[in-house]
Design a protein around this ligand. Structure first.
Ligand code: ATP
Length: 218
């Protein structure tokens, strides 16, 4: 099993005391599997993805990713996990403003020691970015920036891709197209994909669907 989440709990401090966002979340994900995560706004979808990706710390429970215990990790181990194992596409694209599209796409893959210039070029072309490679993030539309963030995550060939509404800035036709490419690339690399989406159509394209409600998954 690539990912096992067991009884995960997370609270945040609220004005009237702690807010229990995750109250015992469990799930498994195998290599090559694709999972849609749905749930109303504020239900904790991003929180769950942050914990799995080592961007935040859980209060209780276990996360085993690629054989490693994430909850027990120190900051350095979490950073290594994000570099080597996880590809993250979040709503803030976090592109590097001083790097052009080609270098932004290469960035994560270089860190992971898995950069392949030819593969990165093909990937960019498949995501409709072939003509944008020499441009800088500020010269791109929101939808183009989103596709660069997807290309950057995929170019590093991670074992697990965590994507939070990765096509939220795209029109329906482009979203469907990018989704198609993402799924094809995930299948080619044998990665697993966990994706937050509010779109039933996109959720329907993925192998499984879990719904987060009142701090639990169903
Ligand atoms: N760092 C934080 N500090 C305090 N509260 C937080 C923090 N991060 C998230 N929360 C709270 O936890 C709850 C879940 O937030 P989260 O962003 O995980 O929801 P979500 O399901 O991803 O929502 P959306 O679909 O709107 O993105 C919300 O009530 C939010 O206010």
């Amino acid at each position: 099993m690539l990912l096992t989440v067991n009884n995960l709990e997370k609270s945040f401090a609220g004005a009237d005391g702690p807010v229990d966002v995750l109250r015992g979340v469990s799930l498994t994900l195998d290599a090559g599997e694709t999972l849609a995560l749905t749930g109303e706004s504020g239900s904790g979808k991003s929180t769950l993805m942050h914990l799995i990706g080592g961007l935040d710390e859980a209060d209780a429970g276990q996360i085993t990713l690629d054989g490693r215990e994430v909850v027990a990790m120190d900051d350095a181990a979490r950073a290594a996990l994000r570099r080597d194992t996880v590809g993250i596409v979040f709503q803030q694209f976090n592109l590097i403003p001083s790097l052009d599209v080609r270098a932004n796409i290469a960035f994560q893959a270089r860190l992971a020691g898995r950069y392949d210039a030819e593969a990165a070029q093909t990937l960019a072309e498949r995501l409709g970015l072939g003509a944008q490679l020499g441009k800088y993030p500020e010269q791109l539309s929101g939808g183009q920036q989103q596709r660069v963030a997807i290309a950057r995550a995929l170019a590093a060939r991670p074992r697990l891709i965590l994507a939070d509404e990765p096509t939220g800035n795209l029109d329906e036709a482009t979203a469907a197209d990018v989704m198609e490419q993402m799924l094809a690339l995930v299948a080619e690399t044998g990665a697993a994909l966990m994706m937050v989406t509010h779109s039933p159509a996109l959720a329907g394209r993925l192998g499984r669907r879990l719904h987060l409600s009142r701090g639990r998954l169903a």
